[in-house]
Write a protein that binds this ligand. Structure first.
Ligand SMILES: [Zn+2]
Length: 1151
């Protein structure tokens, strides 16, 4: 850890001087060995050669004086000079004799403990010197002699830093000897008792010793000892702490945890902890006990029949479902986000991940497909072939005309990429947008009718039970022309009711619908009717249909309640202790719609677009466990949730626990709240998704997968919601939802909103998805001023900007940023107009429609992360990536390399919004590569956009940006577009799910307003790239200060953890705290302080009365050496402190 050089130590020089004088006076006997060695080595050599008692004592004293002052560096220096070996040899020499001299042995053992504690190889050295069993023997003989026993125990404790030494002691009954020295509560010899406990804990570092302790039943003994010491008052914290540490070590093994469980350990720990809670001094005991309880709670499989997603989709040409295996999870599989969760990995690994192969960084690989396949993408550049004949007409092409005008290859592509899948008949009918069959076409109409009729779930309970809504409905009904409700019990009645309901919803919309910009519920309903999902959704979630307005004002991050996690863990432990109080009733099951739940429980629902909730279990009256659905066709990636909840009682705190989260930490520990939407509030004119929830925390729990995947650990996200209204219908989500249907409806609204004489806006289909949905591509640019050659030429030479997003379905923030970008680019804002005149925008707002629709978090239906497919995308299994890349190849082939490429993402673990780019030089620098970068030319222009955004966008953080190319990210859009397409400005834009820790939004959670603003500001930053920047700026916006000269070489490693460690331990498998060197020193010193064996017990007791604290105080008062109850001490101490050059050897004072 440290470099120890002689020059570091002033005292070393002193000793060298001393050595000179010593050789002079001592004569030639010592010179041979001393001439080439330092004074310290002389002392060590003298120690080993075993002189008389007095001189040995003196050497020990000098050494102790030297080592007690100053830092650990001195001890490490001594170790480097063979100090440990010298002490061990001296120990063996002294301890072997028939009647060992404890005057020497005691100080030797003490010094050995201090030095050995800092010597990582002390165990091996002790074994080699034969000191291990000798010390154990000394201990056996001095079990009744507390001071000597303690000294032996400390030495044994430090020897156990080596596994083989600990096993050697264990094999020689050391465990039994030492366990025998831990008594029930006693006021005598607390230091020795503590030494025994610490030594016992140290021995438990090996599997063999732990299993031996478990099989001998010592676990029960340790628990009883802890209970006894605990019950006899609030003292002896150090001893109780030590006993808990022993238990911690034991519970590293399954058998140990089992033993604690069987011996009633959890109840004992729980009850003792409750009595400790009030006392601040007992904090460390509470913490250790809580960790122990978490560790020992029995593993409970998730109450699922299978870990496999409830949604399966037969993949073309492959096995139709991923078989469920008991195999261990593939440790090498990269589960981290793009650029997202790399902070999981330590920094060293991160640097290893950097690409250092210059060829890989520089050379473009060959295209992944033949050139002949590229012309098909010419259709995606409609602005190039458009003749703008209608420039003077005010045509408003609707989607059908757009669709029909798009080339036949669209339909071809859809047909190629849509496959039959397991679903209800109705859904198959609904997928007929792309089918010729007449009967199916009829079915399509019927399906739309059905979807429209039902509109949103729980409407009946909402409308029939709430008095308020009854009034609302009655009013609406009064004006409905076809609102009669039939009483006949047949299908017609159902139809009538549905159409009646539909009318009601329309009336409600008329009366209560807010005016939400760029949102039209009826368009949404129409778009949703064509959306194809695996389960065949027929119900709309109310917020998506009705619309969302950001609330007025900002929403600050939620403060974390002190010890909130501990409280929640206690509640979870009580489930185990008082199992009879637990209701344990399934109230929602995605796979069982016939499920009946009690009338007074909450109702859950998630079978709608983007919905994700697999199961809800009522645990207590107001507490529910929620289980999320894994990504389709797969058994993992849970994080995103979106569900409906109803039948609540107002003003009662409900606790929700999402129990199968997978990430090892979450922004929920750092002020983030989930979002909630209340239908009742919306009907009263407040259609807002709001950050809601208290008592939020995220921690590792004791659940395990239902089957297989044994090593998987789950985390609980817990939050408490107090609903405002009785019998409301509410929706809760991980983040502001944004559905695929919302995108389609939005594009339609935008298309209607633009002036076709000014804005060229065209929506096309990139390709069909696996499930048969469309993947929209939008072209936005300015119409030419005229059809004259000059204007048309300018249009055809505008650089391209390619923006993509939502490849990861759980990152809905990406869609909100994209929404801001789209609306801005279509707006009449002068900056937008300038941008349209300068560039052609190509947007693929949702690269993973199927994932978004089916509520997956990470993957597409093929259970692959699409942002790892860009190197060699499969045309059948990853069609959107295959064609997006094909389109980029095409742009390259016609000489229109995009000026900017940016893929919009969300980041689950960081705050702010930031960019990741690609820089060859920075990657080489950061990786410490030996490649000489001096001759490498790199355009620093990749920094212009981030630098501009830093000034323009309040949520943006330049310091979080980074431009490094990682091997593990080599198949992401950002890296592939940079390397293979040669796009200098190729980015991933990452937005927080939480909020900002800098700028004007500091301390606030991010909302849709801020996300949309970010999308707008990104567009603003593009102005900095226009050729005629100055003119544009003076004309449009004066406040942007564009700085092209922005390259600074400060490299930020954005992969280091954004957050300080969480105040409470999220994991429970962490090792219990190890003893610090100073702790041991203080114990050793205190032992030396009491010279009189007879008094020791009482004095020790007096000291220990104040627990751990007193040991610490004692240490302070005894930092100066206390080794020797010997007259010489006085002399040597003076010699050192007053005359630095004086040392006493063999009674002689040398100066
Ligand atoms: Zn992402």
């Amino acid at each position: 850890m440290f470099a120890y050089g002689r020059s570091n130590f002033t005292w070393n020089g002193t000793l060298r001087e001393l050595q000179g004088s010593w050789t002079e006076r001592r004569g030639p006997a010592m010179t041979a060995s001393a001439s080439s060695s330092s004074g310290l080595e002389v002392l060590l050599s003298a120690l080993q050669s075993g002189g008389d008692v007095e001189s040995t004592l003196n050497i020990l004293n000098v050494l102790d004086e030297l080592l007690s002052a100053g830092t650990d560096r001195r001890i490490h220096y001594m170790i480097s000079k063979g100090g440990s070996e010298a002490l061990l040899i001296a120990l063996v020499n002294a301890g072997r004799s028939f009647s060992p001299n404890y005057t020497i042995l005691l100080p030797l053992l003490h010094l050995l403990a201090k030095v050995g504690h800092r010597d990582r190889r002390i165990g091996m050295k002790a074994e080699e010197a034969g000191a291990v069993l000798l010390t154990l023997n000394l201990l056996r003989h001095n079990a009744q002699h507390s001071s000597r026993a303690a000294a032996c125990l400390w030495a044994i404790q430090v020897f156990c830093s080596s596994v083989s030494t600990a096993n050697l002691i264990g094999a020689n009954h050391g465990l039994d000897v030492i366990y025998g020295l831990i008594p029930q509560y006693s006021t005598k010899h607390p230091h020795t008792i503590k030494a025994a406990i610490d030594a016992f804990a140290a021995l438990l570092c090996t599997k063999a010793n732990v299993s031996s302790v478990v099989s001998k039943g010592y676990v029960s003994g340790l628990l009883r000892l802890y209970e006894d010491w605990h019950s006899k008052g609030s003292e002896h914290v150090a001893i109780r702490h030590g006993l808990l540490r022993c238990l911690h070590k034991v519970t590293h093994s399954t058998a140990g945890r089992q033993a604690v469980l069987c011996q009633g350990g959890i109840r004992l720990l729980y009850e003792t902890t409750q009595t400790c809670l009030l006392s601040k001094g007992l904090e460390s005991l509470v913490e250790l006990s809580v960790q122990l309880m978490r560790k020992c709670l029995p593993k409970i499989p998730l109450p699922l029949t299978s870990d496999q997603s409830a949604y399966t989709f037969p993949l073309p040409g492959g096995p139709h479902a991923v078989p469920e295996t008991d195999a261990e999870p593939d440790e090498s599989s990269d589960e981290s986000d793009d650029d997202d969760d790399a902070e999981d990995k330590p920094e060293a690994d991160y640097d290893d991940d950097l690409e250092t192969d210059l060829n890989k960084l520089r050379l473009r690989p060959d295209p992944d497909r033949p050139k002949e396949l590229l012309p098909q993408y010419s259709r995606l550049c409609p602005e190039l072939s458009h003749d703008f004949q209608e420039l003077d007409l005010s045509s408003e092409p609707d989607e059908s005309s757009t669709a029909s005008s798009s080339s036949s290859s669209d339909e071809e592509a859809v047909r190629l990429n849509s496959f039959p899948f397991r679903c209800s008949r109705r859904d198959r009918r609904r997928s007929t947008a792309h089918s010729d069959s007449e009967t199916e076409a009829k079915g399509h109409t019927a399906a739309v009718g059905q979807l429209e009729a039902r509109d949103f779930h729980s409407h009946s309970s909402l409308l029939s039970t709430s008095p308020h809504f009854r009034t609302v409905v009655r009013e609406a009904r009064g004006k409905a022309p076809t609102g009669q409700r039939g009483d006949e019990q047949d299908d017609e009645e159902v139809d009538a009711e549905e159409s009646h309901h539909r009318t009601m919803i329309d009336k409600l919309l008329e009366r209560h619908g807010a005016c939400i910009p760029h949102h039209d519920p009826k368009l949404y309903r129409a778009a949703a009717a064509k959306t194809i999902s695996i389960p065949g959704f027929s119900i709309l979630a109310f917020p998506d249909f009705w619309g969302h307005l950001p609330p007025p004002g900002h929403e600050p991050m939620a403060p974390r309640k002190p010890n909130i996690q501990r409280q929640k863990v206690f509640e979870d432990v009580r489930r185990f202790l008082n199992a009879d109080d637990i209701i344990d009733q399934v109230v929602f099951d995605l796979e069982d719609s016939s499920l009946q739940c009690p009338s007074d429980s909450l109702r859950f629902f998630s079978k709608f677009e983007c919905g994700n909730l697999r199961k809800a279990v009522q645990v207590r009256r107001y507490e529910y466990d929620l289980i999320l659905n894994a990504d389709a066709n797969c058994n993992q990636h849970t994080q995103w949730f979106y569900f409906e909840v109803s039948n609540m009682v107002a003003d009662v705190p409900y606790r929700f626990n999402v129990i199968n989260c997978e990430k090892s930490n979450s922004q929920f520990n750092y002020g983030m709240q989930p979002v909630l939407y209340s239908v009742r509030e919306a009907l009263e004119g407040r259609p807002h998704w709001l950050r809601t929830g208290t008592e939020i925390c995220y921690f590792r729990n004791h659940f395990c997968p239902a089957r297989g995947r044994k090593r998987t650990t789950f985390y609980t996200l817990t939050f408490t919601i107090t609903f405002k209204h009785n019998e409301d219908v509410c929706y809760m989500a991980y983040h502001y939802p944004h559905t695929y249907s919302a995108l389609k409806a939005h594009l339609k609204v935008l298309q209607k909103s633009v002036d076709p004489a000014k804005v060229f806006f065209q929506q096309q289909n990139l390709c069909g998805t696996l499930a048969g949905n469309w993947c929209p591509v939008v072209t936005i640019t300015a119409c030419p001023a005229s059809r004259g050659w000059r204007d048309m030429h300018q249009l055809r030479n505008r650089p391209c900007i390619v923006l993509t997003g939502r490849v990861h379905p759980g990152e809905s923030n990406a869609s909100w940023m994209m929404k801001g970008t789209l609306e801005f680019l279509c707006s009449s804002d002068p900056v937008a107009q300038s941008l349209r005149e300068a560039f052609v925008f190509k947007l693929i707002p949702m690269l993973n429609p199927d994932g978004v629709i089916n509520g997956t978090n990470r993957c597409d239906l093929n259970s692959e992360d699409l942002n790892r497919q860009w190197s060699k995308p499969d045309p059948v299994l990853s069609p959107t990536i295959y064609h997006a890349k094909g389109f980029l190849y095409y742009l390259n082939s016609i000489g229109r390399i995009p000026l900017v490429f940016c893929d919009y993402h969300g980041h689950s673990r960081k705050k702010n919004v930031f960019l990741y780019g690609c820089s060859l030089k920075e990657t080489l620098w950061q990786s410490g590569s030996v490649v000489n970068t001096a001759g490498l030319k790199e355009d620093p222009g990749y920094r212009t956009i981030p630098k501009t955004l830093d000034r323009l966008a309040p949520a943006f953080s330049f310091n979080s940006c980074n431009y490094l190319v990682e091997k593990s990210r080599s198949a992401t859009a950002r890296v592939v577009v940079w390397r293979e397409m040669g796009v200098l400005r190729s980015y991933t834009m990452e937005s927080t799910h939480n909020g900002c820790d800098q700028g004007i939004y500091k301390g606030l959670q991010i909302g849709t307003r801020e996300l949309q603003e970010m999308g707008v500001k990104f567009c603003h930053s593009l102005l900095s790239l226009t050729k005629d920047t100055k003119a544009l700026y003076s004309r449009r916006i004066n406040y942007i200060d564009v700085d092209h000269n922005v390259l600074d070489h400060k490299s930020h490693n954005c992969f280091e953890d954004d957050e300080p460690p969480c105040v409470e331990e999220i994991e429970y498998s962490t090792d219990c705290p190890t003893l610090k060197g100073t702790d041991l020193d203080s114990d050793v010193n205190s032992n030396m302080a009491s010279s009189d064996e007879e008094d020791e017990g009482d004095e020790g007791n007096r000291r220990a009365r104040h627990g751990r604290g007193s040991v610490g105080q004692l240490q302070q008062s005894s930092t100066k050496s206390r080794l020797f109850p010997h007259p010489m001490r006085q002399v040597s101490s003076e010699a050192l402190s007053e005359k630095r050059n004086c040392v006493s050897i063999n009674g002689q004072i040398i100066s």
